[in-house]
Design a protein around this ligand. Sequence first.
Ligand SMILES: [Mg+2]
Length: 86
Amino acid sequence: MDIDILFSEIREELERARAKFPGDGVTMLALMEEVGELAKASFEEPRANVRKEAVQVAVMAMRVVLDGDSSLSEWRQQKGLDPLVQ
Ligand SMILES: [Mg+2]
């Protein structure tokens, strides 16, 4: 089923990205960068590239939840918000 294939691609990319860029630095900025790349691909590139960038957006959104973003820790603390990860 196509959704299972897509989920496998996301899991594979999640594992690759966490191995290549471990940690929680600028996760949110990296997500925004990927959103920009997805937009650019959808305007200018083949469908396969759009899919690849969409997978990367999904992965970075997941990393905000899984890994957090230490660059936001002080901001969130000042606002009385809980940390992105425990
Ligand atoms: Mg990308």
